[in-house]
Write a protein that binds this ligand. Structure first.
Ligand SMILES: Cc1cc2nc3c(=O)[nH]c(=O)nc-3n(C[C@H](O)[C@H](O)[C@H](O)COP(=O)(O)OP(=O)(O)OC[C@H]3O[C@@H](n4cnc5c(N)ncnc54)[C@H](O)[C@@H]3O)c2cc1C
Length: 329
């Protein structure tokens, strides 16, 4: 197996001078699988499967990076009575998956503004996306993958095989190609006669250093979700906050301010926190079709892109789907 990505070999960090972040490095790594609102369909099946596979993946990846862990516990704050009622139904349906309704009293010490209670998902949570990529790279090499640090500029069918043209001018020939190139997927497919519009949706995230507030996070879950924003304790007095959802490629101040004060409901300790890191990244959103795009377009031409807001969560189920398709080819 050959793996082509210009980022291969470069350090997996958030600050890469001169180049933007890939979606995965920008992400927060939140795994919101079991709290998914729908109870049928492809989206739910992929989430269920990923949540089943994650513990196995983490165990296997710890061989390469001992620090890779599944940080579990996700607390979703109910915005109003209606969403509390929806959460109650979900908690009842999925108690076997670790969902449990919490009263406002139960979460008061963590989040006093949770007036309508919250939904606790014991198995959802987070994985550090930088540690994950570092471990995956090593695992790929161990599995015999041949990485090439290069940009693919063109794909060409040659009988039953595929010629892959690299930016440096040379090319390689393969039995099949799997395109996981995020926003670049459309431009690789267009010359082959496949239209797959994918639009960028920017996300901003912050690393905060608290001056006051929770002295430690011992009673906190791995992730607290309020109004769609994730608060993730990452160390004493340190918290990740993200992410904004901004169609297009430009970062704006208003959504960032909105996130920082949680629509005017943020506790003082959060408002007064100091920003020590601020980054943004682009999500790849399929146009007029649901995310993700998992499709075999021609024999040997597989697309696994457009993972939009859940690419980290869906990584195991996506990889499993690709593996099955390659075996069937
Ligand atoms: C701020 C932010 C927060 C997020 N938080 C979460 C979260 O908490 N949980 C979650 O599940 N998801 C989250 N996401 C979404 C998640 O990051 C993406 O869905 C996921 O990273 C997509 O993975 P990917 O491999 O498809 O794309 P990417 O990670 O973007 O990787 C695409 C790769 O393709 C390479 N590439 C591009 N063009 C070419 C080419 N022509 N030739 C060779 N290589 C090429 C790039 O170099 C890149 O490495 C977040 C996204 C953002 C921006």
């Amino acid at each position: 197996m050959t793996l082509l990505d210009p980022r291969w070999g470069k350090p997996v960090v958030r600050q890469t001078p001169g180049s933007g972040l890939n979606g995965t490095s920008a992400s927060l790594g939140v795994l919101m699988g079991n709290v998914f609102r729908r109870t049928s369909g492809r989206g739910w099946r992929l989430r269920r499967r990923s949540m089943e596979l994650w513990p196995r993946w983490v165990k296997a990846l710890q061989e390469f990076e001992a620090c890779v862990t599944l940080q579990t516990g996700l607390l979703q704050i109910a915005a109003d009575q209606e969403s509390a009622a929806r959460m109650a139904v979900l908690a009842e349906q999925r108690s076997d998956l670790g969902l449990e309704l919490q009263t406002s009293e139960q979460v008061r010490s963590i989040w006093p503004t949770a007036l309508h209670g919250a939904l606790l998902s014991k198995a959802d949570g987070r994985i550090d996306p930088l540690q994950l990529q570092t471990a995956l790279r090593q695992a790929l090499v161990r599995q015999g993958a041949q990485p090439i640090s290069s940009h693919v500029v063109q794909l060409e069918r040659h009988g039953s095989r595929w010629r892959v043209h690299h930016a440096e001018g040379h090319s390689t020939c393969h039995d099949g190609v799997v395109i996981c190139a995020g926003l670049s997927t459309s431009e690789l497919l267009e010359p082959l006669g496949h239209s797959l519009p994918i639009s960028p949706v920017l996300g901003q995230a912050l690393m905060l250093q608290l001056q006051e507030g929770p002295a430690n996070w011992s009673n906190w879950p791995a992730v607290l979700v309020d109004q769609g924003f994730n608060l993730i304790p990452v160390g004493p007095g340190r918290l990740l906050l993200g992410a904004t959802v901004e169609p297009g490629t430009d970062a704006a101040d208003d959504p960032l301010a909105l996130m920082r004060n949680l629509n005017d409901s943020a506790p003082d300790w959060l408002r007064h926190a100091t920003v020590i890191e601020h980054w943004s990244g682009l999500r790849a959103r399929p146009v007029e079709r649901p995310a993700p795009v998992l499709e075999v377009l021609e024999p040997g031409l597989i697309v696994a892109s457009g993972l939009y807001r859940n690419g980290v969560l869906l990584a195991p189920a996506t990889a499993e789907w690709i593996s099955t398709e390659l075996q069937n080819a």
